[in-house]
Design a protein around this ligand. Structure first.
Ligand SMILES: CC(C)(COP(=O)(O)OP(=O)(O)OC[C@H]1O[C@@H](n2cnc3c(N)ncnc32)[C@H](O)[C@@H]1OP(=O)(O)O)[C@@H](O)C(=O)NCCC(=O)NCCS
Length: 221
């Protein structure tokens, strides 16, 4: 084989850099075409399907689930419209909504949502709701870890916010447990059933999450 000159080596290196940059761009923007399937130890997170409407109505429209969140749709058709909207918002790059599907099941028992709070997704807000039959089972933590990894590693979120009504014991407990930090109280910031409720603001920073993940990894192995 002929010896390569410095210029040829340089142009191959440049080409590799271009290919690497393209691969990077494709990987990070892929989620706008279709959400990836994320697999945990208890659940799979995947894109919502119109056929999830019936099970989501059953899971999320009960009083105990809906008590402290924005009112979910009240009909199957309403959930279908919501699901179609999630697909449009994902395609526009504003938002991602995952269905929570326990291993061994095919239907969604809850959702995790992430939406950008500023163009480019530097700061984002996440929210979640799970059917009450699955509370306290570990499904939340399993799904939450997947979705936070996705937000930080794939979308590039730097600061992930969550708001939980102060009266929502489980919501606040779940956020504390996953490692979010309570930064303050947003007074009378959430209108529910004609009443303004105080909310706690919880945040996760990308650097803290990456450090915490190393510690969790060390504990598991
Ligand atoms: C929020 C939600 C997804 C959490 O899932 P979950 O399975 O209930 O969460 P977990 O049981 O894993 O964690 C909740 C924690 O809060 C604790 N908790 C429960 N009630 C509490 C209360 N009144 N005060 C403080 N902590 C409480 C639980 O003991 C648990 O902690 P532990 O596992 O260390 O004991 C689920 O409760 C839900 O869908 N709620 C309705 C929708 C909702 O409110 N969404 C959140 C909006 S911010």
């Amino acid at each position: 084989m002929e010896k390569m000159g410095l210029r040829e080596i340089q142009s191959i290196t440049n080409l590799q850099a271009v290919v690497a940059a393209r691969t990077e761009t494709t990987t990070t923007s892929d989620w706008k075409q279709a959400l990836p399937v994320l697999t945990g130890s208890m659940v799979t997170l995947r894109e919502l399907r119109l056929s999830d409407a019936t099970s989501l109505l059953a899971m999320l429209s009960t009083d105990e689930v809906a008590r402290f969140i924005s009112p979910p749709p009240t009909t199957v058709e309403g959930f279908e419209r919501f699901i179609a909207w999630t697909h449009r918002e994902r395609a526009a790059g504003n938002y991602a909504c995952f269905a929570v599907v326990p291993h061994g099941m095919d239907t969604a028992i809850g959702i995790f949502q992430v939406r950008q709070l500023e163009p480019g997704f530097g700061t984002a807000e996440w929210g979640f709701a799970i059917g009450s039959g699955f509370w306290g089972t570990g499904v939340f933590v399993d799904g939450a870890r997947l979705v936070i990894d996705f937000a930080i590693d794939t979308i590039g979120v730097h600061r992930l916010e969550a708001r939980a009504a102060i009266l929502n014991g489980r919501g606040n407990g779940a956020l504390r447990k996953i490692g979010a930090l309570q930064e303050g109280i947003l007074r009378k910031s959430f209108l529910r059933n004609g009443e303004y409720l105080d909310q706690a603001l919880w945040t996760i920073l990308d650097e803290d999450w990456k450090n915490q993940r190393v510690i969790w990894g060390a504990q598991i192995h």
